[in-house]
Design a protein around this ligand. Structure first.
Ligand SMILES: *Cc1c(COP(=O)(O)O)cnc(C)c1O
Length: 369
């Protein structure tokens, strides 16, 4: 039975929830009825059970180890997805301030973050990529951040447009840098010391839906007002080690297994190399057939996670998707807001999956160009 289910698996290019490592899914299956030594399923266990507290601590430790997170930061597991962070960040760090928070407007997700932040206070759009349909990102010469801004917010990888910052924006040391890393979390090494806060919903690159990881510098926890609804106050979660209320136990368990899997792959340096290799397979074909495949992202802003491109007509696009589906290459349709094709190549996508898609792209262009 196990083999049958594994045999039926396709290459899944979904943008999220997305592909997970098979070995992680197998372990979840094996431990579903009874977590070893626990006498019951994790799904049936109190979040205050010693066994779950170990799982929570292991998941935190896995993230700390992979990213080199120091004791100056809390690692929190929250609910409400990345979108609740759009509101929580502004509610804790912007509400009641005169100064405007700085936001980089680089695509659909930062746009939505700005809409939520404006409900809490003043926002200055530091840079707006609209003139180029959000196909490129700013360089340090394109903007200036006031040294007294409450924070600078950016999205490291715009999942819908497929543009990715290759390094952090330049930000004065006095201004906390805040990053939505939802779709490239744990895809490459980072210097966390550069950040005031970095967060990611898990369901793109790190686990199942239901948990959002927040890595926050401890001095920022003091800022939120006690008038906020309790769930929205970061320090409530920090003071209670993510058990202020019942955390999403199952999602945290799977996230922890993914961090163990990443360590076995050789950590983030090794996984970054693989992510580079996978995305380059596709970009090489796009560059070989520039009149047939129109890549959305400017070359130096290309995402290693979400490769976005268009074909010359809607008919060819539909034919391409049908051909892909017949070859077990699934969920390649671009986001409804922008159309086209989007291939998401998260950590758990094998190189063989990207290679198979690249082969199809080459063959399809040769036949139809
Ligand atoms: C998916 C995504 C979100 C939204 O996440 P939810 O968990 O659905 O709220 C926000 N930002 C980025 C970059 C994303 O990819």
């Amino acid at each position: 039975m196990a083999t049958l289910a594994t045999d039926q698996r396709v290459y899944n290019f979904s943008a999220g929830p997305a592909v997970l490592p098979v070995s992680v899914l197998e372990q979840v299956r094996d431990e579903m009825l009874c977590l070893p030594g626990a006498g019951c399923s994790l799904l049936e266990m109190s979040h205050r059970d010693k066994r779950f507290l170990e799982i929570l601590a292991d998941a935190q430790a896995g993230i700390r180890e992979l990213l080199g997170v120091s004791d100056d930061y809390e690692v929190l597991f929250l609910q409400g997805g990345a979108r609740l962070q759009f509101s929580m960040i502004a509610a804790n760090l912007l509400r009641g301030q005169d100064k405007a928070a700085e936001y980089m407007l680089t695509g659909s997700w930062s746009k939505k973050a700005i809409e939520e932040a404006r409900k809490e206070g003043n926002v200055n759009v530091t840079w707006d990529g609209k003139a180029n349909q959000y196909s490129q990102l700013p360089t340090a010469a394109d903007y200036q951040i006031p040294a007294d801004a409450p924070y600078l917010y950016y999205c490291s990888n715009e999942t819908i447009q497929g543009v990715q910052f290759q390094s952090e924006p330049t930000c004065p040391g006095s201004v906390p840098l805040i990053c939505d890393s939802s779709s490239d979390f744990l895809s490459r090494p980072l210097d966390i010391a550069k950040y005031g806060m970095l967060y990611a919903c898990a369901q793109k690159n790190a686990g199942p839906a239901g948990v959002t990881v927040v890595i926050m510098r401890k001095d920022l926890l003091a800022k939120g007002s006690d008038d906020l609804p309790g769930y929205l106050l970061y320090r409530n979660h920090a003071e209670n080690d993510s058990e202020w209320n019942t955390p999403p136990t199952f999602a945290i368990y799977v996230l922890g297994l993914v961090t163990q899997w990443l360590k076995k792959q050789g950590g983030l340096q090794a996984i970054e190399k693989q992510n580079h290799e996978k995305s380059q397979l596709l970009y090489d074909v796009i560059d070989a057939f520039p009149d047939f495949y129109q890549g959305h992202a400017k070359v130096d802003c290309r995402s290693k996670m979400n490769v976005t491109f268009k074909l010359p007509s809607d008919e060819l696009q539909a034919a391409f998707l049908a051909e892909a589906a017949s070859q077990q290459l699934q969920s390649l349709k671009g986001h409804r807001s922008v159309g086209g094709i989007r291939a998401s190549l998260y950590n758990a996508m094998p190189v063989a999956g990207a290679a198979k898609l690249a082969d199809l792209m080459r063959a399809f262009a040769e036949k139809n160009a």
